[in-house]
Design a protein around this ligand. Structure first.
Ligand SMILES: Cc1cc2nc3c(=O)[nH]c(=O)nc-3n(C[C@H](O)[C@H](O)[C@H](O)COP(=O)(O)OP(=O)(O)OC[C@H]3O[C@@H](n4cnc5c(N)ncnc54)[C@H](O)[C@@H]3O)c2cc1C
Length: 375
């Protein structure tokens, strides 16, 4: 069959792109997905506290879209502005938070502020705050429901006539008419443009077309406690200076702590040593969790780009391949914005934001974005 646009990947990103294309009047769109992506494993954090302007602007656009997602798609994204509190343990971290606040203000976001240890005591009375020098808190950051956002875009796209295929994309060839021939486990399709929204597998999909898409997987492990009322549902996301963080979701506490990459980058098994360490960290830092058992663990994959910013635009060297990937662990929160921007670009309209910083060619040009983290 032949399509105007074929989207590889039916996670939140692929369906956001498909929905926004259909909304812009494009027809003959197919989403091909084999399942098992990262969206269903995301913990649902949303923040505008970033350290680069483009990421702050993506968050602000996404937030406006989350606030109206129900009207747009019929599905409530469960947006809960419970806040995000980053905790600095060293002067250098406090300075990084302060610099990031300047970046946020320059990008038009006044939400966050530096907070003192006394204020941290009021915002997060549940933690042992020894060694915490300062923090950065935004009451407008918070939580959302990743699979509801995906469902909203998917259902709206299907209503608008988008087609879907449960299959694996296996390879690409140039098609006679100028598009790409797409080989899948369920037949061959031809498309004018292929959108690579394959998340952590975007590099593999690029390689099938002979294109270097510099996106690599990074395992993220999560420990989930038994049901508990030890911490309130309204607790902000708490991020400690070494990256350990926790949130409350549906009456359980989710514990996360970045760890080294697994030997096999696509491995999503959980390391028992990691589980022991994260439980010990939680109990040491949050006394109320001392008697709360961890009931399950799981892992999923971030889709890392070299500068930890998304890739948005045609692939250098293959105009028919359009990239929307590499969000580096922020792909749910930025999917509403990136889906809209991708659709604007693919329909020849000016994107609502300046997306120069996200052009895929920046790596080959040797001009990546600065990799700035908050802590
Ligand atoms: C533990 C964890 C916590 C996270 N927490 C957050 C958070 O709090 N906030 C946030 O914004 N983000 C978070 N993320 C990141 C987030 O999950 C991703 O950024 C986001 O889901 C990316 O969406 P996607 O649609 O691009 O990718 P995915 O959801 O992975 O979808 C890509 C799809 O493409 C399919 N695919 C790949 N190759 C092929 C092929 N050859 N043929 C057919 N289909 C293919 C995959 O199977 C998959 O279904 C978290 C991730 C993890 C693992």
């Amino acid at each position: 069959m032949s399509w105007d646009i074929l989207v590889v990947g039916g996670g939140v990103m692929g369906w956001s792109v498909a929905h926004h294309l259909a909304r812009a009047g494009r027809r003959r769109i197919l989403v091909v997905d084999r399942g098992g992506g990262s969206t269903e494993r995301a913990t649902g954090g949303f923040r505008a506290q970033f350290a680069t302007e483009v990421n702050v602007r993506l968050s602000l656009l996404s937030r406006r879209k989350l606030e109206t997602l129900q009207e747009e798609t019929g599905v409530d994204p469960g947006f809960l502005p419970a806040g995000y509190l980053f905790l600095a343990g060293e002067e250098a971290q406090r300075e990084r938070l302060a610099t990031a606040l300047e970046v946020q203000r320059a990008a038009g976001c006044e939400d966050a502020r530096l907070v003192t240890p006394e204020e941290i005591g009021r915002l997060a009375p549940w933690i042992r705050a020894e060694g915490i020098l300062a923090g950065s808190f935004s009451p407008r950051d918070g939580f959302m429901r990743p699979m509801e956002i995906r469902r909203g875009y998917l259902e709206a796209a299907l209503r608008a006539g988008v087609d879907r295929l449960e299959a694996e994309v296996l390879g690409f060839e140039q098609a006679a008419a100028g598009g790409l021939r797409v080989r899948t486990s369920a037949g061959t399709h031809v498309a004018g443009v292929v959108v690579n929204a394959a998340g952590a597998w975007a590099g593999k999909v690029g390689a099938m077309a002979g294109i270097d898409v510099p996106v690599t997987p990074l395992r993220r492990q999560v420990a989930v406690t038994a049901p508990t009322d030890a911490l309130p549902a309204s607790m902000p996301m708490l991020i400690f200076p070494d990256g350990f963080h926790l949130r409350v979701r549906d009456g359980r506490v989710l514990l996360l702590w970045p760890s080294d990459a697994a030997d096999d980058a696509f491995d999503v098994s959980v390391d028992p040593d990691w589980t022991r360490a994260v439980v010990a960290a939680a109990r040491a830092r949050v006394p109320a969790l001392a008697a709360v058992p961890v009931e399950s663990t799981y892992a999923g994959l971030y889709e890392m780009s070299p500068d930890e910013h998304a890739l948005l635009g045609p692939a250098p060297g293959l105009e028919q391949l359009f990239l929307v990937n590499g969000s580096s662990g922020h792909g749910v929160m930025h999917a509403p914005a990136l889906g809209q921007l991708a659709a604007e670009m693919l329909t020849g309209r000016a994107p609502a934001l300046d997306v120069q910083a996200l052009r895929p060619a920046r790596f080959a040009e040797g001009r990546p974005n600065p990799t700035r983290r908050l802590l």
